[in-house]
Ligand binder design. Sequence first.
Ligand SMILES: [Zn+2]
Length: 182
Amino acid sequence: MSDETLRQDGAGETDGLDRLWTPHRMAYIRGENKPADTSSGACPFCRVPGLDDQEGLVVRRGELAYAVLNLYPYAPGHLMVCPYRHLADYTETTSAEAEEIAALTKQAMTTLRAVSAPDGFNLGMNQGMVAGAGISAHLHQHVVPRWAGDQNFMPIIGRTKTLPELLTQTRALLAAAWVEVS
Ligand SMILES: [Zn+2]
């Protein structure tokens, strides 16, 4: 493909699973963003806020936490909400951090409902490798929109885009439509 040289940066967790949502494979086959160790220096969730929004797929920046598109989405619009601080466990968050993670999660749901009308969501944090966290050193809450049958969606964007374009456009769409709720 002509855009084979594009490289999508960002944060997320590879899991070795194949997705039915095939555009995603473009980035999947390219990306190995798994950190080498658990230090902040190797952590994509620490690195991404230093990139510009488009490059890092950052959708929304709060004071203490931010929302970012998952580079390896389970569904179109799969976001993660993370504190800026490199901390592993939910109990390590300050009240202010936990509040902002909650607020951004609500805003992400509201925004996704406005943009792509999902029928439901999976929300959650995997705590520890054993619980399925791919990047266990930096807390992140998944916000995964779900549709009945989980058919491919976001027709607004078009179905034949390669993933790098799709993720970039998804990011721009969600950032522009972001709904401020507390
Ligand atoms: Zn980190």
